[in-house]
Design a protein around this ligand. Structure first.
Ligand SMILES: [Fe+2]
Length: 326
């Protein structure tokens, strides 16, 4: 079975006009806008659908705050989607709609979909970089960007009560064949779909970190070409009055350069570039959350004003302990 990442996100938003303006400013392509909502896409064929929070077509709400009401994962072939349907039926309940999309929920009731999805990832341009001793660019300017045009949906993040992270992790590993790639001790787990190698496809964090008790939609990350495209996008969001969370930064976990913007439709929307890729040889690491979250950040958060007590280690145990046992 190969789940090749997120194919669609379906939001329930409190204000359609504001949420639509945000994603236009963010750089997604607006394909349709009417009373029912707004449909956006990225060049790889992924879609972001905005619907009003009270739209009866949305799945039942399990979120404490507005955000994505259904994450639809892509599956590489019809045969693998059929096999997944049998597996989901054995694990719980699953239905198939007229378009062939499977609908189910994780152990906490968070709605999930699955559909055949052929990711159309158009090759990017190689952008040469000069360092003090490695010169890739002679007699030429670096590529110029005016706006960010995110190429794909990279990953999604939810928060859940800490005592339930084990259950959610087990569902993704045992039913969906994801693997744990890193653990932020006591805080969050990072899971990678079996059809991907770019560090994590979903991030599950303790809700207490965002002062919530139940389930919340946390964020979506969109992949861009490099830090220049990322900052062109961030600058446009700032010009349009959209605020950020932490400004520009680089995580230690996954090495990704990130810029999170506060989305009026719910949670954050992140530009992401230069993330670690992993092979089957990769062993998960366990991290002190304060050490792992940021190598540097433009807006230094409080936790970075103190030295972490500990850093990280490779977790070389088989089978991997549950999140709560680490
Ligand atoms: Fe992220």
């Amino acid at each position: 079975m190969a789940i090749n990442g997120v194919a669609s996100l379906i939001y329930g938003v409190p204000n359609l006009d504001a949420a639509t303006k945000f994603y236009q400013d963010f750089g997604l392509e607006l394909d349709r806008r009417d009373d029912a909502g707004s449909d956006f896409s990225t060049p790889d064929g992924s879609t972001v659908l905005l619907r009003h929070i009270a739209d009866p077509s949305l799945p039942e709400n399990v979120l404490e705050r507005p955000g994505v009401r259904e994450t639809v994962w892509g599956v590489d072939t019809k045969e693998n989607l059929d096999a997944l349907e049998r597996r989901l039926a054995a694990a719980g309940t699953v239905s198939r709609d007229d378009a062939g999309t499977l609908h189910t929920a994780d152990p906490l009731g968070i709605p999930l979909g699955f559909r055949v999805f052929e990711r159309n990832l158009v090759p990017g341009e190689h952008v040469p970089t000069n360092t003090v001793d490695e010169i890739q660019r002679w007699n030429a300017n670096r590529k110029w960007y005016k706006r960010a045009r995110p190429r794909l949906i990279h990953h999604v993040g939810y928060t859940v009560p800490k005592a339930r992270i084990d259950d959610v992790e087990a569902f993704y590993v045992e039913v969906l064949d994801f693997r744990v790639t890193d653990i932020s001790r006591g805080l969050a787990t990072f899971l990678l779909a079996d059809g991907r190698q770019d560090h994590h496809s979903i991030f599950i964090m303790d809700s207490a970190r965002v002062q919530a008790e139940g389930i919340t939609w946390n964020h979506v990350a969109f992949g861009v070409e490099n830090v220049d495209e990322l900052m062109a996008g961030a600058n446009e969001l700032q010009r349009q009055g959209w605020s950020s969370f932490l400004g520009l930064g680089r995580h230690r976990i996954s090495s990704a350069i990130n810029y999170y913007a506060n989305n009026p439709g719910g949670g954050d929307s992140e530009y992401l570039t230069d993330i670690d890729y992993v092979t089957d040889e990769w062993k998960p690491r366990v991290w002190d959350p304060r050490f792992g979250m940021m190598m540097w950040s433009a807006e230094v958060p409080d936790f970075m004003k103190h030295e972490p007590e500990w850093d990280w280690e490779i977790l070389d145990r088989d089978p991997l302990p549950r999140f709560s046992e680490i």
